[in-house]
Design a protein around this ligand. Structure first.
Ligand SMILES: C[S@@+](CC[C@H](N)C(=O)[O-])C[C@H]1O[C@@H](n2cnc3c(N)ncnc32)[C@H](O)[C@@H]1O
Length: 504
């Protein structure tokens, strides 16, 4: 879908987004209403009501542009996120670089798209642990000045410590009330600066970017148009020293074909290396199977609250017979056994601990993580929410996991986080009715009556567009007709609250 074809409710939104695309390389999101809401929220903060005036302010005031980007991208990050990447540095990249460059070499590392700083600080701590002392230069850049200011202040909440690997930060964090303050010995090792990856101002001596040994550019390319990805990939390649490594995020697009980088197959995915001219790639090592970060320990359940079993996998319809003249159909391969069946059976028995353990043993994908988390939710909802956030960050495109996270957080009354998770599901799967329904419930509890009414209206419209007897995806078997009525009633109640007695 092109910018012009997108179903904008007002052409001004299209113009604003076109400006963002041209300046920051962002691709059009699949959910146009969510993008419009983001633009509307950022515009409301400027006090302007005219989209054209707002567009000219965007061009003249960097903080206004920043605020808009913050609405259109998700700055989510935390310490030692995707620990497999840090394990790869420790076991493979750093030893190889040390062999190539000698023991006195000061490692040049860059976190491109560093958000609030957890990534570059994790890199600094890893290098300290590996004995690099002061022989390191850690650069960290982002387009969001607000994120950079947060990074430089280096005060974090427990949410930034939610991954299992984050324990490694503890020796460098001092707790003050509910905040964690990072030790100066780590802070001073990282140099933060503004850099827009979409512009060709780098690599260059002025930007300080170039000759890098290690680049982390994770969970950023995912936002870019294809042309921007191609240009950024080329510049990332040019920013690496020979032999240097580039790590991208688990759901970032492949860089293959965009730059002459050597893909290195690992147990967790692909890392990239700039080979020195004439160097042949080493034969691929057998992948070291990444261990799944352990879920928090399961407590003994006193009286578990039943959390619904995930809906069964859809049953395939019987094959349609070919007409007699058609060539014989290819044999249908046998359906692979459902490896999660034992975990599902344990869920049905109410044996949550067994279910979580069985699913965890198979946890190499979002579906098995979901089963494990649902089981865990019955004994320890807080632990389940934490495990869900961790799994959702490993499978950021799995709408089911984000939805589960939103539901868990709503149940725990953590409404701001629940809203963020629900909005992410809407962004990922704009046609998922239950996501709008959950967002409606969250917003109503946050006293955002108008927002809640809008969310219920979307849920109602999506359900009404389905045949009434269809099971709504992710709804535990609810039928479209009855969910449409639920959403309708919720919306009416809220709209009634918003009208004055005279209007009624
Ligand atoms: C999801 S965060 C990634 C943080 C960290 N790399 C990680 O994986 O945990 C994405 C970051 O990319 C930044 N970003 C988006 N567009 C950018 C651009 N054109 N140039 C530089 N940074 C950009 C956002 O401001 C945001 O902080």
């Amino acid at each position: 879908m092109s910018l012009e074809q997108a179903p904008w409710s007002h052409p001004g939104y299209g113009l604003v987004f076109a400006y963002v695309q041209q300046r920051a390389g962002l691709q059009l999101p699949t959910c146009i209403p969510a993008a419009e809401e983001g633009i509307a929220r950022a515009m409301a903060r400027t006090g302007l009501e005219d989209l054209r005036l707002y567009q000219s302010l965007l061009a003249s005031d960097p903080s206004v542009f920043d605020a808009l980007l913050n609405e259109l991208t998700i700055g989510e990050t935390y310490f030692f996120r995707t620990h497999e990447h840090f394990d790869f540095l420790r076991h493979q990249a750093l030893p190889e670089l040390r062999r190539m460059r000698g023991p006195e070499h000061a490692m040049r590392v860059w976190s491109a798209g560093c958000s609030s700083g957890e990534e570059p600080y994790s890199l600094a701590v890893l290098l300290m642990e590996e004995g690099y002392g002061h022989r390191m230069e850690v650069h960290a850049t982002d387009i969001s000045r607000a994120a950079l200011a947060h990074a430089q202040q280096a005060h974090y909440s427990a949410w930034s410590l939610r991954s299992t690997g984050a324990e490694r930060m503890r020796p460098f964090l001092r707790q003050e009330d509910k905040r964690y303050v990072l030790a100066p010995e780590v802070r001073q090792r990282v140099r933060f600066q503004y850099l827009n990856l979409a512009l060709d101002t780098w690599p260059s001596p002025e930007s300080g970017i170039g000759g890098m040994d290690i680049i982390f550019c994770r969970n950023v390319l995912i936002y870019f148009t294809r042309d921007t990805i191609a240009a950024v990939a080329r510049r990332l390649y040019e920013s690496l020293a020979d032999g240097g490594f580039l790590i991208t995020g688990p759901s970032d697009p492949s860089l293959s074909g965009f730059a002459p980088l050597e893909p290195l197959l690992t147990g967790w995915g692909v890392a990239w290396q700039r080979l020195a001219p004439g160097v042949r790639p080493a034969p691929a090592a057998p992948p070291s199977f990444a261990s799944l970060p352990p879920l928090p320990p399961l407590p003994v359940a006193p009286a578990p609250v039943r959390f619904p079993t995930p809906p069964p996998l859809p049953v395939l319809p019987p094959p349609v017979l070919s007409p007699p003249t058609a060539p014989p159909p290819a044999p249908v391969p046998p359906r692979p056994p459902d490896r999660l069946e034992p975990a599902r059976q344990a869920m049905e028995r109410g044996d949550w601990q067994d279910a979580a353990q069985l699913a965890r043993a198979q946890a190499d994908g979002p579906e098995s993580a979901e089963v494990a988390i649902r089981a865990l939710a019955n004994v320890n909802p807080e632990a389940a929410a934490a495990a869900c956030a961790e799994a959702a960050s490993r499978f950021p495109l799995a709408a089911g996991l984000r939805y589960l996270e939103a539901v868990l957080l709503l149940g725990l009354g953590r409404l701001a986080e629940a809203e963020r998770a629900a909005r992410q599901v809407v962004y990922l799967e704009p046609r998922l009715a239950v996501a709008h329904l959950t967002l409606g419930h969250v917003l109503r509890r946050r006293n955002d009556t108008a927002g809640a009414a809008r969310a219920f209206r979307s849920a109602e419209e999506l359900c009404a567009a389905l045949p009434p007897d269809t099971a709504v995806p992710l709804s535990e078997g609810e039928r479209a007709g009855s969910l449409a009525r639920v959403a309708h009633d919720e919306r009416l109640r809220l709209e009634l609250m918003m009208t004055t007695p005279e209007e009624r």
